[in-house]
Design a protein around this ligand. Structure first.
Ligand code: FAD
Ligand code: UQ1
Length: 413
């Protein structure tokens, strides 16, 4: 079959949820989902795997088990798009046509953009690790266990990223690990970030500054990793405020958050994307800015929210309503407020649950101050979120905590 009512490209958080919603609405055989991967990873668990709290196996399920039964799975990479003719092309050269299209390709990890990084990540015992990819996430805890003494350096790249809190969550977990193992006094913990701030939202940044100060963590802003010398165990950083200045740092452990971008297949289709290669959507409706039968969801869109699975949950209800409206020839009414959330795990038992919207103002679900490190929020993240993702979001049942928030704040104001 090569023609569908709806084609969804990408079977991650957003694509799987969108396909679940619309295949149940439109019936069997009407929706195709194009996704090349065998495994679906619950990426938010990678942070916990890095700390030895979960295993890689805990974080994944076969794609065949999570994609909706009523949708046809086309196990291919989509290599080009032809929105003027309502077609996409897969790697095997097949053209698939659609009436409606949902783009959910996520983000691309560009480990190869930093010389020496892949060598470091594939050399046993180099101390170079990265929670961002299932190929490397196991190295984090291995490197922590092998840590003897020296610098433990954590990086944040000079690109857009998914889950902007994750580059520092791994650091707080590592700091606590080294303390528990009696090695903390032999370690300098260093956070080198390309950003000018520790976190983009003031309320949570203030709380995180208290954490780094109380735990003796060195934070350097505007420092971008540009090269890894794995055999010498040195990393080269560029000062983004003075590009001529490079600083070389020795490391015993180097946790790298890789540069990221829009997927190359999307970048190649300029009708669909902005100058950076992200899908151009209306930030309120998630509809494409020129093709009314095309929508985007998740990390591959240019809506200016922080990119997380929680944001996907915030968008999916809007996509459901607005794409259904387009299908019915009705006006679009649902509006995405930019909701996103970042559970800032600060160790083995505590978490700051950041939640905010397009305005950059906190939009907290619970009627308590979520900038405070809490054990309850840690359990929410570690023990409750995985099922919310697998059973709720991926099956199209979880549309974010908006209703919960309204209920919990009833009578509070
Ligand atoms: P993804 O889930 O990444 O899915 C994209 C899919 O598209 C993939 O399956 C891929 O194979 C497929 N694809 C790519 N290119 C093509 C192509 N050309 N053709 C067909 N298919 C293609 N979020 C939170 O809410 N809370 C957290 O605590 C959190 N922590 C995180 C920690 C880490 C270390 C990482 C890496 C991420 C974390 N996230 C967190 C972010 C969250 O995982 C993503 O925001 C979310 O998965 C985005 O969903 P998506 O559908 O846009 O992309
Ligand atoms: C969320 O909805 C979500 O997606 C399923 C996450 O990704 C795993 C999250 O990390 C968070 C925090 C939310 C928001 C949910 C609540 C209950 C605040």
């Amino acid at each position: 079959k090569n023609s569908y009512e709806l084609v969804v490209v990408g079977g991650g958080a957003g694509g799987c949820a969108a396909a679940a919603k619309f295949s149940s609405k439109l019936g069997a055989g009407k929706v195709a989902i194009i996704e090349p991967a065998d495994m679906h990873y619950y990426q938010p668990m990678f942070t916990l795997i890095g700390g030895g709290m979960k295993t890689l196996k805990n974080s994944c399920k076969p794609m065949s088990k999570v994609l909706p039964k009523k949708a046809d799975w086309i196990k291919q990479r989509c290599i080009s798009f032809d929105p003027d003719n309502n077609k996409v092309v897969t790697e095997d050269g097949k053209e698939i046509s659609y009436k409606y299209l949902v783009l959910a390709l996520g983000m691309q990890l560009n480990y190869d953009a930093i010389p020496g990084l892949i060598e470091g990540l594939t050399t046993p015992g180099s101390g170079v690790c990265s929670n961002y990819s299932p190929a490397y996430v196991d190295r984090t805890f291995e490197s922590l266990k092998a840590f003897k003494s020296g610098n433990a350096v954590f990086t944040f790249p000079n690109t857009p990223v998914k889950c902007a809190g994750a580059p520092q969550k791994v650091m707080y977990i590592s700091e606590e690990y080294l303390r528990k193992e009696g090695k903390r006094d032999k370690a300098n913990i260093i956070y080198n970030t390309s950003l000018p701030v520790l976190f983009g939202i003031q309320k949570y940044a203030d709380a995180l500054w208290k954490v780094v100060k109380s735990r003796n963590i060195e934070v350097n802003t505007r420092r971008n990793l540009v090269e890894v010398l794995p055999r010498e165990k040195r990393a080269v950083f560029q000062n983004l405020d003075n590009l001529a200045e490079k600083v070389t740092t020795d490391f015993e452990l180097l946790h790298v958050t890789p540069p990221m971008s829009a997927p190359k297949e999307l970048k190649a289709c300029q009708q669909l994307t902005d100058a950076n290669g992200f899908v151009s959507v209306n930030k309120d409706s998630m509809q494409h800015t020129t093709y009314s039968n095309v929508f985007g969801i998740g990390d591959c869109t240019n809506s200016p929210n922080a990119k997380t699975a929680a944001a996907v949950a915030g968008q999916i209800g809007v996509l459901r309503k607005n794409l259904s409206a387009v299908m019915a020839g009705k006006p679009l009414t649902a509006v995405y407020d930019g909701y996103t959330s970042c559970p800032l795990v600060t160790g083995y038992s505590k978490c700051i649950l950041a939640e905010f919207d397009y305005s950059g103002q906190p939009l907290e679900t619970f009627p308590i101050n979520q900038a405070v490190e809490r054990r309850t929020m840690f359990h929410l993240k570690k023990d409750f979120m995985p099922d919310m993702y697998w059973l709720g979001l991926l099956n199209g049942y979880w549309e974010g905590p908006g209703l919960m928030r309204s209920a919990m704040h009833l009578g509070m104001k």
